[in-house]
Each structure stands twice: as structure tokens, then as C-alpha cells.
Design a protein around this ligand. Structure first.
Ligand SMILES: Nc1ncnc2c1ncn2[C@@H]1O[C@H](COP(=O)(O)OP(=O)(O)O)[C@@H](O)[C@H]1O
Ligand SMILES: [Mg+2]
Length: 434
């Protein structure tokens, strides 16, 4: 089979790496990919190849598909889904994995998701949706000022302001609804009560009629150790989380996903792809903060090394509506991913820094370095973005996986490299013996 993966981040490198292990894959392209996706060896022989087409360049992606006729295309990022890449490929008969635009709305409209959750009884935060600043202010006041103000649309992961008091809420409302700091994306805002708890990532594959949950994982959103500093795309992950037993995990997931799937069916939303609700675990049960309609990054990096199934089979089952016949099987391993980021991230970063040590860590056992913002320049691998590498390791205990990941991270360097030293610390503190 010929496969095309759309995207260029750590998530896409992990997808390429896992898909390349399928004996069914004879060609594998990644558009546009990064320095890690290029050359990833295929189990069937040959290597994965990058194609210089941007993930949101639908015209060129379609032209490529017409020329190469991929048997399966896999979409990584939210932007391409929101543009309707799935609809466009399907219209021309190219099999593609991911939700259509109407179903991807769970991610690209927080107002839509919030209303959906209200209508279908999905546990969420107390919230309201506003276009009018005066009503928004009034609601923020009713919440006591301390609240979370969210732009409705996609805002590159920067559209959420956590307001600690009424003054900060007022300023967030002003900037989003009046000054339109995110343009059309903040024409409407969702305001939620600020929920305390433990944040975890729930992922489920869905084929329109069935879902299958993935194991638990936890991201580290803040840039600094101890969860300090600004929010990022994610600085590291581990799986599974020891806070919940697997039966508690399943119970929690079903509490969220059963009403979600029933709601989809009631509203005629045919969701085929991966649904990823961001969840806060509270004393009163789970609360969904938002939905994503694609794999998490860097959650993908800790899931795929644990997945035993052939991912090609699973994606085809999602497309064909037969996911119930393909139970997911997981290796009993713990995985940890430590993100190495550029100086200045999540703000502006410099690019083009030479990355040292990649050849040194390549032979390490139970370690895989997933590339994100990397590119090749004159025989060298250089940085090309905020998040640069996701150093991922697996082992039979969380502590051992963590140690392996950090031992590998310590052998890598580039000018301005920064990373968190406490990935998985929360899990280890909870259950030091796992
Ligand atoms: N209601 C809430 N209470 C507490 N923290 C929140 C709440 N909503 C969002 N957050 C925090 O803000 C982060 C980003 O918000 P989220 O809704 O996931 O939007 P996005 O991922 O699109 O930026 C979350 O990962 C979480 O840490
Ligand atoms: Mg989020």
C-alpha cells in the first residue's frame, strides 16, 4: 500500500514511524515532514520520503494524490482538518483517515462543543458563550472574576486566557471580543469557571458508530518545571498515569464518550478519526475542558510505542466502520516523552541551530527520538521551530522509562535548548513503585 501522512510535527513523525512498521506499506510519503520522517525505514523495505507540500496546501496535496494515488492518507494537524482536507480527498475517491470538516468542528469551534456538551449531558465546566462584551463581563462577574476566557476558533494553541480575578477577566474579554486579538477566531468567546484538578488526556478512536479508548496519558502544558510559566503546545508526556486504575480509567472515559457518541448520532455527525477530550479530574468526577479532533502532540509519541496492532489496519477499520472488530492491544510498558524546545519557546524562537548527538542516541535501546521542528541543512540537522525533538523511551516501570528518556536527552544539544526536568514526576510521586 502507498501511504501519505500530512503534517510536520512530532506527532506526524510518530505516526510515520508506526505506520512504517506495517508490512503492508510499500511507499510512505510525509507532507511536508521533518528531518526525522525523511528516511524512516519501512518494514517492507525502502524508506519514508518527505514531499515539499505544506499541510494546509489542499490544492497541491490533491494534485499529489492524483499523481501518486495513495491507498491511504492520514491527517495529523487540526488546521488541515478544519480546512476540509478529508472532504476534498473523499470527493475524489481517495481513502483518507480523519474527521470531515463538519465533525472536526468539535475542535475548531469551542462554542459549538460547549453547546454540544450542554445538550448531550457531557460533564463540563460551568460556562457561557458570548459575542457581546457586556454579557460576557456579567457572566465573568457571576463566576467571581476567576475564570477562563477562550476564543471560539483555532488560535494556534494561544487562544485561552486564565483570568485570576475580575480585572484580568475584564482585560481578556476586552482583548478578545473588542480588540479581536485573534481576528475572526475571537469574534465569539467561551467563558468557563476555573476548575481545579488533575488534567489528563483522553484519546479514543472512532469509526462513526463505535469508539475504543486509548490508555491514560498526561501532558505537561506549562513551559517550566513545577507547572510554572506560560502554556505551550506540550513539553512532555507519559502513559499510563497511575492516578486511576485501568477500570477507573475506562469508567471515566465512558462517562464522557458514551454521551458524546450518542450526541453525534442524534445530530448526524459521522465522526471517523480520533477524538481527544481534554479532561480535568476533579473530586466530583471528570470535567471536559475542550475537544480536539486529532491525535495529541506529544501524546501520540507515548501511545504509539505501546500499541501492538498494525496501525494501518486500525485506520482502515475507522474508515470502514469496523473498529469493533479490531480490539486495540497495548504492550504492558510505560512510556515517557521529554520535549526539547528552542530558547524563547512558546514565544518567538531562533532557527537554524545545529543539533548535536543524534547519531549518539540512535543506537540506544528502548529510545526513539521523534523529530518536530527540525530540518536538514548541508548534511546537518538543524532546528526549525519551537518544539524541536520529543525524546521518547519505554520500559517496564515509569521510573525506568523516565531515566532512559533523560539519559538520552542529556546526550543531545543545540544552542538555546530548554526542557523540563520533571516530566512524569507527578505520576512517580503518586505511585513510586510503578
Ligand atoms: N475551565 C478550566 N479550568 C482550569 N484550567 C483550564 C480550563 N480550561 C482550560 N484550562 C487550561 O488551559 C489549557 C488550554 O485550554 P484548552 O481548552 O485545552 O484550549 P487549547 O488547547 O485550544 O489552547 C488547558 O490545557 C488547561 O490547562
Ligand atoms: Mg487543549
Amino acid at each position: 500500500m502507498k501511504l501519505l501522512v500530512i503534517g510536520s510535527g512530532g506527532r506526524e513523525h510518530a505516526l510515520v514511524w508506526k505506520l512504517a512498521q506495517s508490512p503492508r506499506v510499500s511507499r510512505l510519503w510525509c507532507a511536508p515532514g521533518n528531518a526525522g520522517t525523511q528516511g524512516e525505514p519501512l518494514a517492507a523495505g525502502g524508506i519514508a520520503e518527505n514531499v515539499a507540500i505544506g499541510a494546509e496546501d489542499l490544492v497541491s496535496l490533491l494534485a499529489f494524490a492524483r499523481k501518486q494515488c495513495p491507498d491511504l492518507t492520514v491527517v495529523g494537524p487540526d488546521g488541515a482538518l478544519a480546512l476540509g482536507v478529508v472532504d476534498a480527498f473523499q470527493a475524489e475517491g481517495f481513502p483518507i483517515w480523519g474527521p470531515r470538516k463538519a465533525a472536526a468542528r468539535f475542535e475548531f469551534s469551542k462554542a459549538f462543543s460547549q453547546e454540544f456538551m450542554r445538550q448531550h449531558g457531557i460533564p463540563t465546566a460551568r460556562s457561557g458563550t458570548f459575542t457581546d462584551p457586556a454579557s460576557a463581563r456579567l457572566f465573568a462577574q457571576q463566576l467571581g472574576g476567576r475564570c477562563v476566557v477562550k476564543a471560539d476558533g483555532l488560535a494556534l494553541g494561544k487562544g485561552v486566557i486564565m483570568a485570576r480575578d475580575a480585572r484580568e477577566a475584564e482585560s481578556a474579554i476586552q482583548r478578545m471580543l473588542v480588540d479581536r486579538m485573534f481576528g475572526e477566531a475571537s469574534r465569539e468567546v467561551v467563558i468557563q469557571e476555573w476548575i481545579e484538578g488533575t488534567e489528563i488526556s483522553l484519546h479514543a478512536l472512532c469509526d462513526g458508530s463505535h469508539f475504543q479508548i486509548l490508555p491514560s496519558s498526561q501532558d505537561h502544558k506549562r513551559v517550566g518545571d513545577g507547572d510554572l510559566g506560560p502554556n505551550t503546545g506540550g513539553m512532555g508526556t507519559y502513559s499510563p498515569t497511575p492516578f486511576l486504575s485501568s477500570s477507573e480509567w475506562e469508567k471515566m472515559a465512558h462517562e464522557v464518550l458514551e454521551p458524546w457518541l450518542a450526541g453525534c448520532q442524534a445530530e448526524g455527525i459521522d465522526f471517523r478519526g480520533l477524538i481527544y477530550p481534554g479532561v480535568m479530574l476533579t473530586a466530583d468526577g471528570p470535567r471536559v475542558l475542550e475537544f480536539n479532533a486529532r491525535w495529541g502532540d506529544p501524546e501520540t509519541q507515548v501511545y504509539l510505542p505501546r500499541l501492538e496492532n498494525d496501525l494501518v489496519e486500525i485506520f482502515l477499520a475507522c474508515i470502514n466502520g469496523t473498529l469493533d472488530q479490531h480490539p486495540l492491544r497495548w504492550f504492558p510498558l510505560h512510556t515517557v516523552c521529554v520535549v526539547l524546545a528552542s530558547h524563547g519557546y512558546p514565544g518567538a524562537v531562533e532557527r537554524g541551530k545545529v543539533i548535536h548527538g543524534l547519531a549518539d542516541v540512535a543506537p540506544l535501546a528502548q529510545v526513539k527520538v521523534f523529530h518536530a521542528g527540525t530540518t536538514r541543512f548541508n548534511e546537518e540537522v538543524v532546528t526549525s521551530g519551537g518544539r524541536v525533538l520529543g525524546v521518547t523511551a519505554w520500559d517496564t516501570s515509569l521510573g525506568a522509562a523516565r531515566d532512559r528518556a533523560y539519559a538520552a536527552a542529556d546526550r543531545l544539544c543545540f544552542e538555546g535548548m530548554q526542557f523540563r526536568r520533571d516530566i512524569a514526576a507527578r505520576g512517580l510521586a503518586f505511585a513510586p513503585t510503578v
